[in-house]
Design a protein. Structure first.
Lengths: 114, 113
C-alpha cells in the first residue's frame, strides 16, 4: 500500500519569498515520488520526480525537492516565489510493483501575493 | 512535443446514460491510466492498462466502468449507467517503459444531471 499526505491545503507566500510545500509518503517498497502542478482548467504537469539516485532533484520553473527516506518526506521548495507559481500542487507516490499507478495527495493550493 | 489528447473536453449527460471518454496516448507509450478528480478534491486513481489488459484498478472502478484500447491508438473509458456522483474531471495519462513518469491529458469534464 502507498499513500501521500500533504500538509496544508492552502499556502500563501509573498512574491519573492521561499516556497515550501510539504509531502510525506508511505510505501512498503522503494517509492517513486512526483510533484505535479495544475493550473486552473488545465491538466497535470510534471514538476519533478525522484525514482533512484540523487536525492535532491531539480525540476522546472526553479522548483526542487529532496527525498528523505528517514523522514519519509519529499518536500517541494523554491527559493523565490513568482506570481505565476500560483496553482494547485500535488504530490504523488508510485512504485514499479504497482504498474506505476500513482496515488496522489489531496493537493496544496499555493497563493502568491504581491 | 508529444502530448496526450482527450475528447470531449466537456460532456453533459443525464443520469443513467452511457458515456464514453476518449484518449489518444503518446504513441510509443505502453502504460495507460484513467484518473478522476471530483471538484475540489484530490486526483484519484481509477485504472491502469498494460499489454491490452487491466493491470490494476481501484475500488472506484466497479462494474459500471470499463476500458478499452480498440484500435491501437485510442484508449477509452466507458461508464455504462452514469450516476450523479460520477460528475468529475477525468484525466487520461500514459507512460513509457519503466519511467514511472505519467503524462496527463487536459481532462474531460463530465457533468451528470
Amino acid at each position: 500500500a502507498q499513500s501521500v499526505t500533504q500538509l496544508g491545503s492552502h499556502v500563501s507566500v509573498s512574491e519573492g519569498a521561499l516556497v515550501l510545500l510539504r509531502c510525506n509518503y508511505s510505501s512498503s517498497v522503494p517509492p517513486y515520488l512526483f510533484w505535479y502542478v495544475q493550473y486552473p482548467n488545465q491538466g497535470l504537469q510534471l514538476l519533478l520526480k525522484y525514482t533512484t539516485g540523487a536525492t535532491l532533484v531539480k525540476g522546472i520553473n526553479g522548483f526542487e525537492a529532496e527525498f528523505k527516506k528517514s523522514e519519509t518526506s519529499f518536500h517541494l521548495t523554491k527559493p523565490s516565489a513568482h506570481m505565476s507559481d500560483a496553482a494547485e500542487y500535488f504530490c504523488a507516490v508510485g512504485n514499479s510493483n504497482s504498474g506505476y499507478a500513482l496515488n496522489f495527495g489531496k493537493g496544496t493550493s499555493l497563493l502568491v501575493t504581491p | 512535443e508529444p502530448e496526450v489528447t482527450q475528447t470531449p473536453s466537456h460532456q453533459v449527460t443525464q443520469m443513467g446514460q452511457e458515456v464514453i471518454l476518449r484518449c489518444v496516448p503518446i504513441s510509443n507509450h505502453l502504460y495507460f491510466y484513467w484518473y478522476r478528480q471530483i471538484l475540489g478534491q484530490k486526483v484519484e486513481f481509477l485504472v491502469s492498462f498494460y499489454n491490452n489488459e487491466i493491470s490494476e484498478k481501484s475500488e472506484i472502478f466497479d462494474d459500471q466502468f470499463s476500458v478499452e484500447r480498440p484500435d491501437g491508438s485510442n484508449f477509452t473509458l466507458k461508464i455504462r449507467s452514469t450516476k450523479l456522483e460520477d460528475s468529475a474531471m477525468y484525466f487520461c495519462a500514459s507512460s513509457g517503459q519503466g519511467t514511472g513518469e505519467l503524462f496527463f491529458g487536459e481532462g474531460s469534464r463530465l457533468t451528470v444531471l
